[in-house]
Design a protein around this ligand. Sequence first.
Ligand SMILES: [Fe+2]
Ligand SMILES: [Fe+2]
Length: 296
Amino acid sequence: MSAAFSDETIERLIRISKEKPLLPETFVPWHEPVQDHDTFLPNVLISLQGHPLWDRLTPEQQRELGRHEVVQSMYSYAWTEGLACMFFNRRLLTLTPDSVEYRFLLRELIEECRHQEMFSAAIDKIGGKPITAGFWHRFWSKLTVRYMPDDGLFISVLAIELMTDIYGKYIRRDKAVLNVLRKVSELHNIEEGRHIHYAKLWLQRYTQNAGFFRRTTYSIIVLLNLYFLRTLYVNDTIFERIGVENPKAYTKAASRNLRDKLSKHCLKDTIEFVQEFNGFNAITRPLWRWIMNVTI
Ligand SMILES: [Fe+2]
Ligand SMILES: [Fe+2]
């Protein structure tokens, strides 16, 4: 990253956000009906696709799996964005209103609130019933949002944004996917691009001269966030809903398959970011291999 965190750069980001706001109400063609030929998630992002068990599903079950999983992924984005908003508010209270950081965070908060509303409308549009976060997800999230230092939380927000950005890119490019979902992804993709840019610039002050301990910690935080997102996504209730005989076996296969697919198709930007701050070392490399099955 060559640019620096300067008032001028952040002013430019604030200006784009104000002058070119993307409103979900008008940007997304909500009135368009869901057609029988529409799909909901590109194959590359469906957990079980590519595994032998995928071929045992009927085309209808395959489509339904995509529908449930896109609902689950949008629910997880919205949920983690809610957490990010809690953190941004926490940070706002420490800043002065005339600082660029204060003013940018307000823009980001506004956009993240719009995103959460947009995802809930999209879930509603396709008749989704999200499986909400369980006890441990809630427990750790509450704890970190309250007590984790700002740099750790910014790393967490960025890790999730880098993943949702990849998802957005795949969805918006797949013409078979319902247009409403493609437009939702397009909007999100554009605005998240700015958030990612900002988070990376902000983090430079911590990552640039970070020592071994700090680099290791950051790397583990990124990894845990990826794991967190993946586990909110594959669920045996979904396989029960689509009516397979042994939902637990399908869930297990889907979870492994998704882990391998993510490492193959979705982690490039995240890995590049970890490399930028030298986050792969003798401690973190085996963890990344074990949890995300990536060879670095
Ligand atoms: Fe967002
Ligand atoms: Fe964001």
